[in-house]
Ligand binder design. Structure first.
Ligand code: ZN
Ligand code: ZN
Length: 320
């Protein structure tokens, strides 16, 4: 496998394709003071806009994906159920901070889910690794396997969760016909002021029963990593972030716009892609309902069929 972990400098991972993540205290201060917004205008979508593609004929016996909010998807393939970055809490912060509150309830309650076999965890940011949700999953489904990137296993074992596999980029977990491979992403990590980039971030490609899905995780765009992923796999379904992209100059190194999400959709040759990382929390300056409109504009510009990249609503399911 061509993917290798990024280099570490003094114990901190460094992205191979981006030098400046714009994540210093000064960058945050500039963002919050309005510096980055001056040149940026991003209004709400037209009032009569709806994404021009419908979901029809859902069959629960076929492979499916259900958006539960933010980066949490329930993906089912035959007898296996996967959850990505499970977050069911009212806030995406260690203590309830009002501007980080959830804007819609989870698409389905944790207690209503089928037994979860595998949780895929992309990185340790609070809007992806949620202590309360992980504790509850472990209580409801003690056999759940947690697959996490390099350095994150310790967080789980400290909490008494032992069924955890830690992966480096390009490394796979294989068992009983299931293969899960950690893939590169351009992002960062950290839960405190002191642990920035000490643990890894990643996406995952999952292969089971002839089906392949790709969970992108959190990422910025670069023209290398996703094309390489596209060379390695034939991808049936991709779960791609479409929110958190304004102001562009501040967000772009570590997050993607819908336009860049479409680039990834094309780079990996995805048959169907679904949006995530929008609507649930307000983490950036674009209006909450803007991402599907920008997705529509990007798909139209590239003359791609709209039904191949959909922004699901919370709780919506689709076959793939
Ligand atoms: Zn993140
Ligand atoms: Zn995030």
């Amino acid at each position: 496998m061509a993917f290798e972990n990024p280099k570490q400098i003094k114990g901190r991972f460094v992205n191979p394709h981006s030098n400046d993540l714009k994540r210093g205290i000064l960058d945050f201060a500039l963002w919050q003071s309005g510096y980055y917004n001056e040149k940026e205008r991003c209004p709400s979508p037209p009032e009569d806009f709806s994404y021009p593609a419908d979901i029809t004929n859902f069959d629960p016996k076929r492979p499916s994906a259900t958006w539960l909010g933010h980066s949490t998807y329930l993906v089912q393939i035959e007898e296996l159920a996967f959850l990505t970055d499970p977050l069911f809490s009212s806030h995406c912060s260690p203590v309830p901070i009002s501007f980080l509150r959830r804007r819609h309830p989870p698409g389905r309650a944790l207690s209503d889910l089928p037994e979860i076999n595998v949780v895929l965890l992309s990185h340790n940011h609070y809007d992806h690794l949620d202590a309360k949700s992980i504790r509850e999953i472990h209580r409801l489904f003690p056999d759940t396997l947690f697959i996490v990137p390099h350095g994150v296993k310790r967080w789980f074992t400290r909490r008494g969760i032992k069924n955890v596999v830690e992966l480096d980029w390009g490394k796979s977990y294989c068992k009983d016909g299931l293969s899960v491979t950690a893939t590169p992403a351009q992002h960062f990590s950290g839960r405190t002021l002191w642990d920035k980039n000490r643990t890894l971030w990643c996406g995952y490609v999952v292969e089971f029963r002839g089906k392949t899905f790709y969970f992108v995780g959190d990422t910025g765009y670069n023209p290398v990593q996703f094309k390489e992923i596209g060379k390695h796999w034939s991808i049936d379904l991709s779960l791609i972030p479409i929110g958190t992209y304004v102001p562009k100059e501040f967000m772009q190194p570590v997050h993607i716009s819908p336009k860049e999400a479409v680039e990834i959709h094309c780079d990996v040759g995805s048959r169907l892609s679904l949006g995530m990382h929008w609507k649930t929390f307000r983490l950036s300056d674009e209006p909450a309902e803007r991402p599907p409109y920008d997705l529509y504009l990007a798909m139209r510009e590239r003359h791609l069929p709209f039904e191949t990249f959909l922004p699901l609503e919370p709780g919506e399911s689709i076959n793939w």
